[in-house]
Design a protein around this ligand. Structure first.
Ligand code: HEC
Length: 468
């Protein structure tokens, strides 16, 4: 149901998470790899070491095919998934940052054309001209990173934008610099794994192999240590108190931290191993390192997204896509109070009026109230919860869903409509959820749908038997 797409088989938030974790892995890789290649190419030119070009060429081809093609596809994927998962959130970002995004696309164009030019001009232009291309790639990539971090960090800490409404204030917000620098240094850790992958697949006799692996491992370790330092000394301290509360709440399952910390420790040890014994490296180890990093990035990026819950833009718009704060500088008013008067249904462009919701049109729901409730539950709860069977799959007897409301309510023994309704009245007390918005009748309808959903999951009506 637009403008909230629950997802299909897996929850919409998970589509976003999977696509973006992959995109983060390869996009960070391309930027730091461009710097690493620039460093090597400078040595090739100024120390006259043509053998380094063997590595450079292989790396550039790998980046062109793997990182640029799939990375760029995943970038488009982020637009698609975020647009269906939270259209108003994306719309707000576009309304504030369209020119920044435009500039980012120019930078990206330089990047994409740049890597093609870079790869195909090896040995065809003078070494110094080729070195200039390496500079352009490194700077272009860093430009895209910088621009996108401004927009990303705005969602967590809009900062002065609340008072001035100016997009520059939103861009240079309190978490912009620490996030940019954490990412910048961590990129080199990802790149170290990439360099190992490329270098280990070069012939054993290639004599710059060990040296390249060692350099990459050293840079990767350095990047990891500096990035962790920035996180603990700068990034974490400037996080809003609310974000710190969420960090310690059930909103982030403990397994996430295990994966992130475990992944970082494994990477650290792997890089030490590469530094000490560059000869013993193998493409399989490098591939393993990439997978470990993917898992750690998945955990870290999800955590970054979750710590601003219950908002899509902290302090301004809820994950339910409602503006709950006044921004006089932009002439924006909170939408929640009026909606509590008028009701949700029929008041938002894509939420149908109660009378147009017809019985039986969707999934054989029992009556009109339950159908109304379903629409409202999707609008108010589906941003963070599985609210129907559409977003659950069963794999090896394991039912996978995102914080399924049926499960959470059943576990708390809130299985009847009156109990659920009382619960909905207090829901804003959790730091990661907003108060319910709408009229008491709408709240009652939501409780009815949730009761139906719990019953459907835990006391399935064997329809086939009834018919017999
Ligand atoms: C912005 C995200 C978000 C939205 C929107 C949201 N929730 Fe939650 N909710 C959470 C998180 C995070 C948790 C913690 C999950 C856990 O305990 O495993 C949670 C937990 C819950 C729990 C269990 C709480 C407890 O510990 O007693 C219930 C019940 C619940 N939500 C119901 C709802 C309902 C009903 C709605 C819609 C009106 C809703 N939620 C909307 C994020 C959200």
């Amino acid at each position: 149901m637009y403008p909230v797409w629950e997802g299909i088989f897996i929850h919409s938030a998970m589509f976003v998470a999977i696509v973006s974790a992959f995109h983060v892995l390869v996009s960070h890789l391309t930027v730091a790899a461009a710097w690493f290649n620039l460093y090597l190419e400078r040595r090739a030119v100024y120390e006259n070491r043509p053998e380094l070009y063997v590595y450079l060429k292989r790396s550039a081809l790998g980046l062109l095919v793997f990182a640029y093609v799939f990375g760029a596809l995943a970038g488009v994927g982020i637009w698609q998934t975020t647009t269906v998962a939270n259209p108003r959130g994306i719309s707000t970002l576009i309304h504030n940052f369209v020119l920044y995004w435009g500039s980012e696309w120019y930078m990206f164009l330089i990047d994409v054309v740049g890597i093609i030019a870079y790869y195909y001009t090896f040995g065809r232009v003078s070494p110094r001209t080729h070195l200039r291309l390496a500079w352009i790639l490194a700077l272009g990539g860093t430009g895209t990173l910088t621009l996108i971090v401004g927009i990303l960090s705005f969602k967590l800490t809009p900062g002065l934008w609340f008072t001035t409404g100016e997009s520059l204030n939103g861009f240079f917000n309190p978490t912009f610099w620490p996030q940019l620098l954490t990412r910048f240094f961590l990129m080199f850790t990802i790149t170290a794994a990439w360099v190992m992958l490329i270098a280990t697949s070069l012939p054993k006799g290639y004599f710059a192999r060990e040296q390249i692996i060692r350099t990459a491992a050293a840079i990767g370790l350095g990047g990891l240590i500096i990035a962790l330092g920035i996180w603990f000394l700068w990034f974490y301290p400037v996080l809003p108190d609310h974000a710190k509360t969420i960090l310690r709440s059930p909103a982030i399952p403990p397994i996430t931290f295990t994966v992130i910390v475990g992944g970082l420790i494994a990477t650290f040890l792997g890089l030490l191993f590469a530094l000490a014994m560059p000869r013993r490296q193998h493409p399989i180890i490098a591939l393993g390192a990439m997978l470990v990093l993917f898992a750690a990035i998945f955990g870290a990026e999800r955590t970054r997204e979750v710590i601003r819950k219950p908002d899509i833009i902290a302090g301004y718009m809820s994950s339910n896509q409602l503006v709950f704060n006044d921004i006089p500088a932009r002439g924006i008013q909170s939408e929640e109070e009026p909606l509590n008067e008028t009701g949700m249904l029929g008041s938002l462009p894509f939420l149908p009026r109660p009378e147009t919701i017809s019985v039986g049109a969707t999934a054989g729901l029992p009556d009109h109230q339950v159908m109304m409730g379903r629409v409202l539950v999707i609008q108010q709860c589906a941003a963070c919860h599985s609210v129907s069977n559409q977003t659950a799959i069963t794999i090896f007897d394991q039912r996978l869903a995102l914080r399924s409301l049926a499960q959470l309510l059943e576990r708390r023994k809130m299985t009847t409509a009156p109990k659920i309704e009382a619960y909905l009245q207090r829901i804003g007390a959790f730091p990661y959820m907003h108060p319910f918005v709408g009229t008491p009748e709408e709240r009652a309808a939501m409780a009815l749908y949730l009761e139906y959903f719990v019953q459907q999951q835990y006391a399935p009506q064997p329809q086939a038997q009834v018919r017999r």
